[in-house]
Design a protein around this ligand. Sequence first.
Ligand code: KG4
Ligand code: ZN
Length: 345
Amino acid sequence: MLQPRNGSPQRAGVLQSPAMRAVLGIDTSCDETGVGVVIDGQVASNLIASSAQLHQQFGGVVPELASREHLRALGPLIQAALAEAKITRYQLSALAVTRGPGLIGALLVGLAAAKAMAYALHIPLIPVNHLEGHVRAALWGSDLQPPFLALIVSGGHTTLVEVKADGYHPIGQTRDDAVGEAFDKVARLLNLGYPGGPAIERAALSGDPQRYPLRVPMAGSDSLDFSYSGLKTAVLHLLRTYPDANPADVAASFQHAAITSLVNITQRAAAQLGYTRVLVTGGVAASCALRAAFQQTALDAIFPGKGMSTDNGAMIALAGYAQFDQTQGWDLGMNAVPYLELGKS
Ligand code: KG4
Ligand code: ZN
């Protein structure tokens, strides 16, 4: 294993406090190029270039297009994120990068860039699990300490985990579609565009959630698992039966059923395991409707701050910052892992 310097290389003309620890984080797991800088535990910049517009016409992410957009966007975004954080690349202490889970071609773009930078700057390269990044995003600024319950809800995951001092203990997950994926698919059925979550939430604002009583997934079950493909199919049948159905009412009814299921199962898990505080994170945690639904419960739900729910680079920098002292050095042969499990990096 190559051994980089455990800190920032000094360069002539660059003023630097010797104690400063600055980590640049890169996320290219899906269609968002995210670059963020964390200095001494605080988010100093967090910039995102999204290729979602490009995927709109296809109704979902086209992996090769996403990879090409990462390649185009990443370099300038790194420069801009450093400038916004008011540091130069020579002041970085480490590079953190998403190793997985995610789209393989997209992950490889970020990983290759991070390896090249870490090697050139002679600083550690920290591989980060994207889901760990989501958890760190919500933890930032909160006093929550393990053990606690975490609900991770994104386009690829719907997972309940117990977070203990010794790591992550999954207790429930989706048996089929992820909840974000269901939002995206239903938005497509309603011609609301991509990404579906924000589009459904906007449409639902003027809709009646009781107009179409859709069955709440996993209601009346003891399981801590989720399921969303039945709800998506129910919307498909509804639209076939009522082709003139009001899209806002359908969006509101779907959103209500999807969110009620998330909240019910989380409450069930909290009651079974004796938790009163829950961390809710991932792209779907951007939903104001989900936040409002948790507020109606007795649980103390902790959500990420503004711009930190959906994919971003600062969450990867935060996770890298937390792993800094355990990082051995560079592994320049490191590969991306599209199905990386939570707890592994
Ligand atoms: O975490 P994320 O940015 O990417 C993945 O890791 O998958 O999550 C993206 C998912 C998409 O499915 C998107 O539709 C969903 O999060 N999402 C939302 C909202 N904003 C984003 N779902 C519901 N309501 C929202 N406001
Ligand atoms: Zn994500």
